[in-house]
Design a protein around this ligand. Structure first.
Ligand code: ATP
Length: 392
């Protein structure tokens, strides 16, 4: 199977960050494979992918901490590939905040300015502005050890922003925070990025984090970009099984193309006729994976469904009530279990063993090349496979 090509737009503006065929090999192992990417100035860009896919190596090459084996890095139209890290208009915020423990918060933030020879009231004003932005002005005279994890992370951010870099690199910056604080910081980070208008490049393996904050996401797999786009497009129109499984969960059913009805393709899946929009099919071949997200399915007990709907019948094998919704697994006659997430509307949940009909709007269906592994991208975390309902 050939991988989809991700073509970088050749309309890079002067202030953009541009990676050109950027490659990093460690011995015989290729960690980053001819990456072509244009990150527009002022965007919040996420590099998303599983552990080991090459995200951090890419970030380190942008920062100048890792030398590319080949390829170029351009910032604001200047080739910085051979420029020392401290001479690049780039700052990095790491997961471990790396604050100076003996300096107070003000001096931690002022450090980079002083090193660049900035003195006096200019330092005062810029540090105050940066601390104001992260809402820590009142804690300026505390030492890092007297702050919570979230506050320390905000200091690290202020310290990076105060230098007004063209590009701010964020390497799993929220990884050390607990879930509640993470959520809070996600909103904060987005607010700060909007306020300062700098280019943020954020590395994460957490799909929710990427979707919450970024305006553009590059999904990385094995050193290459599988798909690039805004969160909604990636979620609604995945082009590969890896993206379909890594970003949210997908039911993928083996199907064969049998015809066309206007804007829709008609397929046969285990003897059932189903439809999908031709525009949402990423393959022209006769064999495909028919994909539908769990929350797009409706599960009904009585078998009623509008004639224009896609429909499959099966037996409930698991029903998990999770408050706002109920998660079902429904076994198809051919043995595959499909995941369904149904919003709770007060009606009692269906029970395991019940015969049910799954219906959905063909518009919510996508098609992927059947030559790909239907399970690719599923091992994002152990629990994710549960609702993935991938083909058996
Ligand atoms: P994680 O989310 O776990 O940090 P990542 O996507 O950031 O993963 P990288 O740190 O970029 O991944 O690593 C990509 C691959 O390159 C991994 O397989 C890693 O083992 C390998 N690698 C990274 N640095 C080195 C090195 N200095 N020497 C050899 N191999 C390396």
């Amino acid at each position: 199977m050939t991988r989809p090509t991700v073509t970088a737009p050749d309309t890079a503006e002067a202030a953009d960050l541009r990676l050109v065929a950027l490659t990093k090999r460690f011995g015989a192992f290729t960690a980053v494979d001819e990456l072509d990417l244009v990150i527009p100035q002022g965007s919040f860009f996420a590099l998303l992918g599983p552990s080991g896919c090459g995200k951090t190596t890419t970030l380190r090459m942008i920062a100048g901490l890792e030398r590319p084996t080949s390829g170029r890095v351009l910032i604001s139209a200047t080739d910085v590939t051979d420029t020392k890290p401290y001479q690049r208009p780039v700052n990095t915020v790491f997961q471990n905040y790396a604050l100076f423990p003996h300096l107070d918060i003000f001096e931690n933030v002022a450090f980079g300015l002083r090193r660049r020879g900035i003195r006096g009231s200019e330092v005062k004003r810029r540090v105050a502005d940066a601390l104001e932005l992260v809402q820590l002005g009142h804690l300026a005279r505390r030492k890092p050890a007297q702050l919570s994890g979230g506050q320390q992370q905000r200091v690290a951010l202020a310290r990076a922003i105060v230098n007004r870099p063209a590009v701010l690199l964020l390497d799993e910056p929220l990884g050390a925070l607990d879930l509640k604080l993470r959520r809070q910081m996600q909103v904060e980070l987005k607010r700060i990025q909007t306020e300062v208008g700098l280019t943020f490049v954020h590395v994460t393996h957490d799909q929710e984090e990427a979707m919450t904050m970024a305006d553009t996401i590059a999904v990385m797999n094995a050193g290459r970009i599988e798909q690039l786009g805004d969160p909604t497009t990636l979620y609604e129109n995945p082009r590969t099984t890896f993206v379909a499984n890594f970003l949210g969960q997908s039911n993928l059913v083996a199907a064969t193309l049998v015809g066309r009805d206007g804007e829709h393709l008609v397929v046969e899946a285990h003897g059932q006729r189903l439809a999908l929009p031709a525009a949402r099919c990423a393959t022209s071949g006769p064999n495909l994976w028919l994909g539908v997200r769990p929350e797009k399915l409706r599960v009904v007990a009585d078998g009623t469904a509008a004639p224009e709907q896609n429909r499959l019948t099966g037996v409930v094998t698991d029903a998990s009530f999770v408050g706002v919704s109920t998660h079902y697994l429904v076994r198809m006659p051919w043995g595959q279990e499909l995941g369904v997430v149904q919003q709770n509307d007060g009606t009692p949940p269906l029970r395991p063993g019940e015969q049910v009909t799954l219906t959905w709007d063909p518009a919510h269906t996508f098609g992927l090349d059947a030559a790909q592994d239907a399970h690719s991208g599923e091992d994002r975390d152990a629990g994710a496979a549960e609702l993935a309902g991938a083909a058996s």
